[in-house]
Design a protein around this ligand. Structure first.
Ligand code: SAM
Length: 356
C-alpha cells in the first residue's frame, strides 16, 4: 500500500464499506423476521423475553435470542435493561403491519438473490443484454407485489384517483381499465374491488407475475378482472379504454415508445393514462439529495435495467431513467398532448396524468 495514503482516511472509508456489509446481514435478518413471523408475533404484545417470543412463534429460543439481539443492535427493535425486547408501534407499522400500514417495508426483503440469477446479472455486464422479469424468477414478481402492495391497497383509491379529473366518476359508473405491466396484480385487483361496475384487465409479459395476479383475483373472488400474459406493445387498438395505468414499469420496457404508441391506439379519446414512475430529475447531483439513491441504482442493475436491456437495442432507461422530461417527450411522441404532474406525497414516485 502506498505510504502517501492517509491511514485514517483508509480506515474511515473501510468502515463505510463494512456498513454496507452490515446492511447485507441486517437485510437477511429482516427477511427471516418477516418469513418466520417474528415481527408479527411481537406486534402489539409489549415487552417480551426471548423465551416468550420463541414460544409464541413456535421457534427455538437460542436462535430467536441471537436474532433479537441482532435486531436490537441494528436499532430495529428495542432492548430493555432487564434483557427483554419490544417491537414498538412505530416499528410494527414498518415491519409487521402489512394489512393496514402504508409504510410496511419488510415484504420488500428477499433474503438475497438466487445464485443463477446473480450469474446472469454478471453476464449482462459482458453481453450488454439483460434478463426479462420472467427470467429473474418467480421470487422477483412475488417480492415486487409485496413491496408495492401496501401502497396499492391503501393509497391508490384514497389519494391518487381523486387527483385525476373525472376518473372516479367514470369508474363508478362502469369503465374499461387496463393496467399495463400489472406485475402481481395488487393495483388492478384493488381497483376491481373498489369499482365493481368496471372491467379491469392486466397485461404483463411475465407469466410468473400473471400467475400471481390471477391467483390473487381468484382468492378475492373477483369476476371483473382478467389478465393477459403479453406486453404493453401488444395492446389491441380499439380506442375504448377509459383508464390506462402504467406503474413503475415504463422504465423497465425495452421499447417504451412501442407501448406508448399502443396505449394511444387503445385508449378512448377522452381517456386518461396514469403513469407513475420513479421520482428523479435526470441530474445526478440533484438526485443525490435522495438518501436512498444507491438503493435505486441497485434495483436498476439487478432488475429494471436488466429488463430494459433484455432485447438488443433496448432503450435501457433503468430505474431512474423515466423522469418528467422523458415521460413528457415519450407521451407526446405517441400522440398525447396533455401532461400534468401530480406530486402526491410519495417519496419514491411522481404521477403523470396524460390525455390526448
Ligand atoms: C417493477 S415491476 C412493476 C409491477 C407493478 N406495476 C407494480 O407497480 O408493482 C415492472 C413490470 O413491468 C413488466 N414489463 C416489462 N416489460 C414490459 C412490457 N414490454 N410491457 C408490459 N409490461 C412490461 C415486468 O414484467 C414487471 O412485472
Amino acid at each position: 500500500m502506498s505510504t502517501e495514503l492517509d491511514p485514517q482516511a483508509v480506515k474511515m472509508f473501510g468502515f463505510k464499506v463494512w456498513t454496507y456489509k452490515m446492511g447485507e446481514q441486517v437485510s437477511l435478518m429482516v427477511y427471516l423476521g418477516d418469513t418466520l413471523g417474528l415481527y408479527k408475533t411481537m406486534s402489539s404484545r409489549g415487552v417480551m423475553t426471548s423465551h416468550e417470543v420463541a414460544a409464541a412463534a413456535d421457534l427455538h429460543e437460542r436462535f430467536v435470542r441471537e436474532w433479537l439481539l441482532g435486531q436490537a443492535a441494528a436499532g430495529l427493535i428495542d432492548r430493555h435493561d432487564d434483557g427483554s425486547f419490544e417491537l414498538t408501534d412505530v416499528q410494527s407499522a414498518v415491519l409487521a403491519d402489512e394489512e393496514n400500514s402504508i409504510n410496511f417495508a419488510a415484504g420488500a426483503f428477499r433474503g438475497g438473490v438466487d445464485s443463477t440469477v446473480l450469474h446472469k446479472i454478471a453476464d449482462s455486464f459482458r453481453t450488454g443484454v439483460g434478463m426479462t422479469y420472467q427470467e429473474q424468477g418467480p421470487n422477483a414478481a412475488a417480492g415486487l407485489a409485496r413491496m408495492t402492495g401496501p401502497w396499492s391497497r391503501l393509497a391508490l383509491t384514497s389519494t391518487v384517483l381523486p387527483a385525476l379529473a373525472g376518473v372516479e366518476d367514470k369508474l363508478d359508473a362502469g369503465a374499461l381499465v387496463v393496467d399495463v405491466g400489472c406485475g402481481g396484480g395488487v393495483m388492478l385487483t384493488t381497483l376491481a374491488q373498489a369499482f365493481p361496475n368496471s372491467r379491469c384487465v392486466g397485461y404483463d409479459p411475465s407469466h410468473a407475475a400473471i400467475e400471481i395476479a390471477q391467483a390473487r383475483a381468484n382468492e378475492l373472488g373477483l369476476d371483473n378482472c382478467d389478465f393477459v400474459a403479453a406486453g404493453g406493445e401488444d395492446l389491441p387498438a380499439g380506442n375504448d379504454i377509459d383508464l390506462v395505468i402504467t406503474f413503475d414499469c415504463m422504465h423497465d420496457m425495452a421499447f417504451p415508445d412501442r407501448t406508448a404508441a399502443a396505449i394511444r391506439g387503445a385508449i378512448a379519446d377522452d381517456g386518461t393514462w396514469l403513469l407513475k414512475d420513479i421520482r428523479s430529475t435526470g441530474d445526478f447531483s440533484k438526485d443525490s439529495r435522495n438518501p436512498l439513491l444507491a438503493m435505486f441504482y441497485g434495483f436498476s442493475v439487478a432488475s429494471c435495467l436488466q429488463s430494459a436491456m433484455s432485447e438488443p437495442g433496448g432503450a435501457g432507461l433503468g430505474t431512474l431513467g423515466l423522469h418528467a422530461g422523458v415521460a413528457q417527450e415519450l407521451t407526446q411522441a405517441a400522440g398525447f398532448s396533455q401532461f400534468t404532474t401530480h406530486d402526491l406525497d410519495d417519496a419514491a414516485n411522481l404521477y403523470y396524468e396524460v390525455r390526448v
